[in-house]
Design a binder for this molecule. Structure first.
Ligand code: KIV
Ligand code: ZN
Length: 516
């Protein structure tokens, strides 16, 4: 269909390359299943040559996520392409995505290759990928800063070699919408065979123009857009999927394009990714920020009450955002809890998962008068990804105040053994983190720590997020509790458990990538 736009999600590849993000295989799979529910046409599951963990994540997604096209990234070298194919060959719809830089600056200083060599390498590697996989996508990296005549030559050569999709990246987010639109128009006009392939774009957000550039490209003939949830990605990120899709939907009168996205799944997808990556969404972020549908001023509130459209160009319901309701309390039974889970869209939980969630709900209802929808969502998403709980926090004590040194005692169980330790610190969180570190006997580098309230009110659930580093690998842990010190300690232990799990899976380290 001429007015259909294919949505290619690269959260699990370009998004995962964001500083401080590192997802394990189970987390990647959970995200991939949610992206399938969201209705993406294609998802880039990872960069298999980059690490064993990435390879396994891509392979698991290829085996289990059957509706969308599953792509794997590969530099334009045979070993990358072989590894990508090995990871996705069981996919229902596999696609290899190979790339090489075509701008003068990248060819000279990064690749140290002559343009003729790049031209030949691009065509040879597309032909090689095509000999393995039914669908091949090619990207001329730094396309927007490449000489247009050379770019046309490369694109013609890869079309002849069998490419199905040509993806034009604005790798460093340098283009403006007028320029990028003109580049896409130029490609449409000057590249022989362009009508037989899908033209795609991949825009970075260094100048905050990624979505505007992608829309300009669509207006000029692009029919696939590459984007990420919450705009995650290298440096300032990629074009945000939710912004692009909602712009096309809300301004259908102007653009007149359709996508296959179930927009009601946007909010759930955004929250899942934010909680698994530990990258929180800024409150004023378009579409999915906490304030995106909040009306603060009296004039606006009055307008909204009279007619929503005075200040609301799209409804919160259209992205799946329901008003947080005061749902359940400590007298609510299992039946009411299960019903609420269904209403919130958690249809695929097993009986054991529901039992465990119900127990946690009961514990929470003992501490908190009203349990809101967002509390239940937080409980469930902390249940979703099960990695072995090698370390468990049995109890902790804290002594703290503004005129004394904070001290903490913790008792931690590790595979049947219990260890008790105490430590001092600069405040209660520092003290408990030191005590945990002593009890585990591990040397850990703390990279980041954050705490936030999930709901409002004095008895709100607190969510702690802790990022640690070990052997150049990043692990993000999450913990929730009405007690923020407990939430923080749980998050720290969760991050350590992820680290221990990873060290067991990959005793010799995970990274496999070398320079090209
Ligand atoms: O930004 C970029 O150029 C990329 C390519 C690999 C498509 O991510
Ligand atoms: Zn990119």
């Amino acid at each position: 269909m001429a007015n259909q736009i294919a949505i290619f999600d690269t959260t699990l590849r370009d998004g995962e390359q964001s500083p401080g993000i590192s997802l394990n295989m189970h987390e990647k799979l959970e995200i991939a299943k949610q992206l399938e529910k969201l209705g993406v046409d294609a998802m880039e599951a990872g960069f298999p040559i980059s690490s064993k963990g990435d390879f396994e994540g891509v392979r698991a997604i290829a085996q289990q996520v059957r509706k969308p096209i599953i792509t794997a990234l590969a530099r334009a070298v045979p070993k990358d392409i072989d590894r990508a194919w090995e990871a996705i060959q069981e996919a229902a719809k596999p696609r290899i995505h190979t790339f090489i830089a075509t701008s003068d600056i990248h060819m000279k200083y990064k690749l140290r290759m002559e343009p003729e060599e790049v031209l030949k390498r691009a065509a040879d590697m597309v032909a090689y990928a095509k000999s393995l996989c039914p669908q091949v996508e090619f990207s001329p990296e730094d396309g927007s800063r490449s000489r247009p005549e050379f770019l046309y030559q490369v694109l013609e050569a890869v079309i002849r070699a069998g490419a199905d999709v040509l993806n034009i990246p604005d790798t460093v987010g340098y283009s403006t919408p007028e320029e990028f639109g003109a580049l896409i128009r130029g490609i449409q006009k000057n590249v022989k065979g362009i009508d037989n392939v899908v033209l795609s774009v991949h825009c970075h957000n260094d100048l905050g123009l990624a979505v505007a550039n992608s829309l300009a490209a669509i207006e000029n003939g692009a029919r696939q857009v590459e984007c990420t949830i919450n705009g995650l990605g290298e440096r300032a990120g990629n074009a945000a999927l939710e912004e692009l899709v909602m712009a096309l939907r809300t301004r259908k009168d102007f653009y007149d394009f359709n996508t296959n996205i179930e927009t009601e799944q946007i909010y759930r997808t955004s929250s899942l990714i934010s909680s698994l990556t530990g990258v929180h969404v800024q409150p004023n972020k378009a579409i999915v920020g906490a304030n995106a549908f909040a009306h603060e001023s009296g004039i606006h509130q009055h307008g909204i009450m009279t007619n929503r459209e005075t200040y609301e160009i799209m409804t919160p319901e259209s992205i799946g955002l329901k008003k947080s309701q005061m749902v359940l309390g400590k007298h609510s039974g299992r039946h009411a809890f299960e019903e609420r889970l269904q209403e919130l869209g958690f249809h695929q939980l097993s009986v054991e998962e529901i039992n465990e969630a119900f127990q946690k709900f009961k514990d929470l209802a003992d501490k908190k008068k009203y349990v809101m929808d967002s509390d239940i969502e937080a409980l469930i998403s902390s249940e979703l990804i099960q990695i072995p709980e090698t370390l468990q926090l049995d109890y902790f004590h804290i002594t703290s105040g503004n005129s004394l040194i904070s001290t903490s005692t913790v008792r931690i169980s590790r595979e049947g053994q219990v260890v008790e330790e105490a430590a001092c610190g600069d405040g209660p969180i520092d003290a408990i983190f030191h005590a945990v570190e002593r009890a585990t006997g591990l040397e850990i580098t703390l990279k980041d720590y954050r705490i936030r309230a999930i709901t409002s009110g004095k008895d709100a659930l607190g969510e702690g997020t802790v990022t640690i580093e070990k052997n150049k690998r990043i692990y993000v842990g999450r913990g929730i509790s009405t007690d923020i010190i407990e939430a923080s300690a749980k998050a720290y232990i969760n991050a350590i458990n992820k680290m221990l799990y990873d060290m067991k899976e990959y005793p010799n380290g995970d990274a496999t990538i070398e320079a090209m």
